[in-house]
Unconditional design. Structure first.
Length: 227
């Protein structure tokens, strides 16, 4: 066996000639973010390096929180204005959501090989360590007022479900059955009364945050036309 070709990126063998010449192709992949700022008429590439993954768009559409996922053991967390200004690095970890006032980012950060919840300031200030809430969080949304959240996550031996989490007391309370997933921000209605997620059977379901009966949202996968 001998080395015949070395390359950066993925290489695929396409053909080998009878004279022993080899035809290969090289593929370079990257993930990009494209967005349009308020009052602008064109889209803009908001990516930073080669694997930018958007997490949250601010309510006013002027900021996007994203992860740069090719930076080592942990993702880099960045906040960028949608008008194209250079991004600001906030820290490392997984970005979950942006506070309603835009001053904090809720994220998970690796400490001693376990996830810990942290609040990262988007401006001046110190990181607030919230500890380990007893679940592995995969998504979150702030409730009105900014002191409570709806968090999607799972505990050891327990399936994914929705919880409320109080920042002041660290109280964690389930609001859905197991098997419910919401891997993104924006799972709470504007009035803070309902959370939505994918139910165990794949249906979109609304869960009252303060208690009550869940309601399945009828979704049609077909297409209709009207005149």
């Amino acid at each position: 066996m001998r080395l015949i070709f070395r390359s950066l990126g993925g290489v695929s063998l396409q053909d080998v000639s009878t004279q022993g010449r080899v035809l290969v192709s090289r593929t370079t992949t990257q993930r990009e973010i494209v967005g349009r700022a308020p009052d602008e008429s064109r889209d803009r590439n908001l990516s930073w390096l080669d694997w930018s993954f958007p997490t949250v768009l601010s309510d006013d559409g002027r900021f996007v929180l994203f992860e740069e996922q090719n930076l080592g053991d942990e993702y880099g967390l960045f906040l960028r204005r949608t008008d194209g200004a250079p991004p600001v690095r906030l820290g490392n970890g997984r970005g979950l959501t942006l506070s309603p006032d835009g001053k904090w980012v809720l994220a998970t950060h690796q400490v001693d090989d376990a996830d810990e919840l942290v609040l990262l300031p988007t401006g001046a200030g110190d990181t607030r360590r919230l500890g380990r809430p007893g679940i592995v969080a995969s998504g979150a949304s702030f409730l009105p007022g900014g002191q409570r959240l709806v968090v999607s996550g799972h505990a050891p031996g327990v399936g994914e479900r929705l919880y409320t989490y109080d920042l002041a007391t660290s109280a964690l309370s389930p609001i859905s059955p197991e098997g419910v997933t919401a891997y993104f921000s924006g799972t709470v209605s504007p009035d803070g009364r309902l959370a939505f997620a994918t139910g165990p059977d794949g249906s979109l379901t609304l869960y009252p945050i303060e208690g009550g009966e869940a309601r399945v949202v009828p979704v049609s996968l077909g297409m209709t036309h009207s005149a």
